[in-house]
Design a protein around this ligand. Structure first.
Ligand SMILES: [Cu+2]
Length: 404
């Protein structure tokens, strides 16, 4: 897609079950957000639906169903969604790495057992086979001297990734599609929870003919080589890194007014080992092991869920996300990008905007945004097992009726 240009997408449901599509991270009208029962009726088998919107922001996004998410996303219904800048940035080349994982049986088929409640109360359904763009990665061929933008997208159900690029110094230029101050990641480690995106710029300063590993070491004791940067034998295209600026043009995001912002708190609760004082209420569909502020909304979205909180249209809000569990949670807010202000009391540098923020156990993160988009918006964990087992809620902006 191109920034500021309308798109029209026809979804023709040829599945044997209902579905919707959520355009993750795009700031669009509530009726296009793809949450069944909340922003649209589910699209039944044989029916079609036209999604139409104008993406206001350039950047790296993705799309996936928001119905029967464990199976529909877990069996591969997802793709990258790239919104191009009005002027192409000065990089030599661009790569998209949509990274997903799969739990395969000995027969190389997708294993059954989606929605296992024991896993749902822990780290979720983590697979045993990691792919880039749907295939077990071969080497990624690169040329010495070139400057490459890599759009990293974590499309896994539950797997958190921490990527290291041996012998290279990636510079983060955008997070969740939104440009930030270009910076190198702490310890050279690119941390990506499910649904998160990072755009990095890499100057290929390795030796022609050599291979450099790209590893993921998030989980203790099970680090693995995801792929390799494999240099062609060609001599370097340039001998010193380009001195063109790395920063991307900013998107037209509304700046929250922190002086007048109202505050809200979302307390993440539940799970195995450390589910202190969890009380559940709300919709009794499915079994809940997680909650937000004591309320569990399970599944993928359903009609009639009362909002956890109501925000005034046009007002700025600071929301504290507090992780009172023993597990990691990438928390996604629909329909908005938010500033990430503080983590555990410390200011977050580099002017970061996100739509999905990763909380370690016990973390507390302050985010801020202008509630400028009317509707009933989901806020949920993007570890899909956590979402469907209760870590989801509705935030109403304005009268909440816009999408009905
Ligand atoms: Cu979670």
């Amino acid at each position: 897609m191109r920034q500021g240009e309308p798109v029209r997408i026809v979804l023709d449901n040829r599945l044997e079950q209902n579905t919707t599509v959520h355009w993750h991270g795009i700031r669009l009208p509530i009726g296009m957000d793809g949450v069944p029962g909340i922003s649209q009726p589910p699209i039944e088998p044989g029916e079609s639906f036209v999604y139409s919107f104008t993406p206001p922001d350039a950047g790296t996004y993705w799309y996936h169903p928001h119905a029967n998410s464990l199976q529909q996303l877990g069996r591969g219904l997802a793709g990258p969604l790239l919104v191009e800048e009005r002027e192409p940035p000065p990089f030599d080349r661009e790569l998209v790495w949509m990274i997903m994982d799969w739990r395969l049986g000995a027969d190389a088929q997708i294993a059954a057992g989606f929605g296992n409640m024991m896993e749902a109360g822990m780290a979720g359904r983590i697979g045993n086979t990691v792919t880039i763009n749907g295939v077990v990665p071969a080497d990624e061929p690169v040329h010495a001297g070139e400057r490459v933008r890599i759009r990293l997208i974590n499309g896994a159900l539950a797997r958190i990734m921490a990527l290291r690029l041996q012998g290279h110094r990636p510079v983060i230029v955008a997070i969740d599609g939104q440009p930030c101050d270009p910076h190198e990641p702490p310890d050279g480690r690119l941390l990506l929870g499910p649904a998160m995106r990072i755009d990095v710029v890499l100057d290929m300063q390795g030796e022609p003919g050599r291979r450099y590993s790209v590893t993921d070491d998030f989980y203790d004791g099970i680090d693995y080589a995801l792929t390799h940067l494999a240099y062609t034998k060609a001599p370097p295209a340039r001998h010193h890194p380009s001195d063109a600026p790395l920063s991307l043009p900013h998107n037209p995001l509304p700046e929250p007014d922190l002086k007048t912002a109202e505050r809200r708190e979302l307390l993440l609760q539940g799970g195995m080992m450390g589910g202190r004082g969890m009380r559940t209420g709300g919709m009794g569909m499915g079994r809940a092991v997680w909650a937000i502020n004591g309320v569990s909304m399970t599944g993928d979205g359903h009609a009639g869920m009362p909002p956890l909180t109501t925000l005034q249209l046009g007002r700025s809000y600071i929301v504290t996300l507090r992780n009172d569990t023993a597990w990691w949670h990438p928390i996604h807010l629909h329909g908005h990008s938010f500033r990430v202000l503080h983590r555990n009391g410390e200011a977050v540098p580099h002017s970061i905007w996100s739509d999905t923020v990763l909380l370690a156990p016990e973390d507390s993160v302050d985010i801020a945004f202008v509630a400028d988009n009317p509707g009933d918006w989901m806020v949920h964990c993007h570890v899909t097992d956590h979402q469907t087992a209760g870590m989801m809620a509705v935030i109403r902006i304005g009268d909440g009726l816009s999408g009905r």
